[in-house]
Design a protein around this ligand. Structure first.
Ligand code: MRU
Length: 356
């Protein structure tokens, strides 16, 4: 997708270096960062310089390439794989991508391993782009339907950033929006700010602006009243882990939006590539929910009057705070799962029909 008119992907490999867009600096600074070691990739994932389920999966795949470049030794590779999987707990794409890489690499001789690793990491990225594009084409049909019925701008609410910055290109939740926009369907996006890290305000609004898609940032608690006023036609969110039951773990606050959408009879869709499906866990209470540093709540970063990035404390020093990063939306509140293979019911039957 475009930044200042130039096409970018979120991650690429050049001269034995992994290049990323440092998302902790957006929207104020656009900085391309070099990752040179597997430790660099683990830090980038932990610090959320790269984030979003598909993108951290792709970063982990390139992390294994860097691990081989550093030390072409199987026990080092296994340790790297373990550390990458543990770098963030909720998004299943990390494990999915590391397992896929290791399956290709473990039985391979050391003289061939680098080429095979690089080829597979690139294929993970290419596949994600194809899947996200198809998610867009499938989700476009829902937007088209609403447009045909209402014959006016379609208002879509989204949470967090499930945009191209969370994937390699296109995004998951944003892909149908970009496809609709390019087809000339008038769309407007309500962007949940998404406290505490503000991925909605800092990343989703930024990328929609760059693609010239009309959008308005709202505080996280605003969605409910907009739905009551008929100002939301549909919700589309992403997911970090979708169970085979159709239950969906996504950024904290997604569940409350789904409840409000249900109460107001507004379709609530979840967009995902199949790499985000966890076929093993059956009970959503078993999904590991990431708890991040409470400083993400107590402090906030922005530009000061001299346009320098500054971090300030916003809570009393003595106050405790708790920072759960994800919640789970039960399948019963989800109108449909938009995948690369089509749209299905959020249920084991629905998913099984699409993915044998
Ligand atoms: O903590 P983050 O910013 O990595 O969380 C991202 C989300 O919750 C996204 O909605 C999710 O990864 C879907 S990505 C296409």
């Amino acid at each position: 997708m475009r930044i200042e008119g130039k096409e970018y992907r979120t991650i690429w490999f050049e001269n034995d270096i992994v290049k990323i867009i440092d998302q902790t600096k957006l929207p104020h600074q656009f900085i391309i960062k070099d990752l040179k070691t597997v430790k660099d990739t683990i830090n980038a994932i932990k610090m959320m310089e790269v984030r979003g389920a598909p993108l951290i999966g792709a970063t982990a795949a390139y992390g294994l390439v860097l691990s081989i470049l550093e030390n072409n030794d199987k026990s080092f590779l296994k340790k790297s794989a373990e550390n990458l999987i543990n770098s963030r707990p909720t998004a299943i794409n990390l494990k999915w991508s590391v397992d896929r890489m290791m399956k290709k690499l473990l039985g391979v001789n050391s003289d061939k391993i680098l080429d095979i690793a690089l080829k597979e990491a690139k294929e993970i990225c290419e596949e994600d782009i194809r899947f996200c594009k198809n998610i867009g084409l499938n989700g476009l049909k829902v937007i088209e339907e609403i447009y045909k019925k209402k014959n006016r701008t379609v208002n879509i609410l989204t949470h967090c950033n499930a945009g191209w910055l969370a994937t390699i290109n296109w995004g998951t939740a944003t892909s149908p929006i970009y496809h609709a926009h390019r087809k000339g369907i008038p769309v407007h996006v309500w962007v949940d700010e998404t406290r505490p890290r503000n991925q909605g305000a800092n990343l989703t609004s930024y990328e929609l602006n760059e693609e010239e898609v009309s959008n308005t940032i709202i505080a996280d608690n605003t969605g409910g009243i907009l739905m009551q006023r008929g100002e939301v036609d549909m919700c589309i969110v992403g997911t970090d882990r979708t169970l085979s039951t159709g239950d969906v773990a996504n950024k904290i606050g997604t569940y409350l939006k789904a409840l409000a959408a249900h109460d107001n009879d507004i379709p609530f869709y979840v967009a995902l590539p199949s790499s985000t499906i966890d076929w093993d866990i059956k009970d959503f209470k078993d999904i590991p929910i990431e708890e991040r540093n409470s400083e993400e709540l107590s402090h906030i970063e922005g530009l000061d009057e001299n346009e320098n990035i500054k971090k300030i404390r916003i809570y009393p020093k003595k106050s405790n705070s708790m920072n759960l990063a994800f919640d789970v939306t039960p399948a019963k509140y989800i109108s449909g799962l938009i995948t690369e293979k089509g749209i299905c019911e959020a249920s084991s039957n629905g998913l099984r029909k699409l993915f044998k």
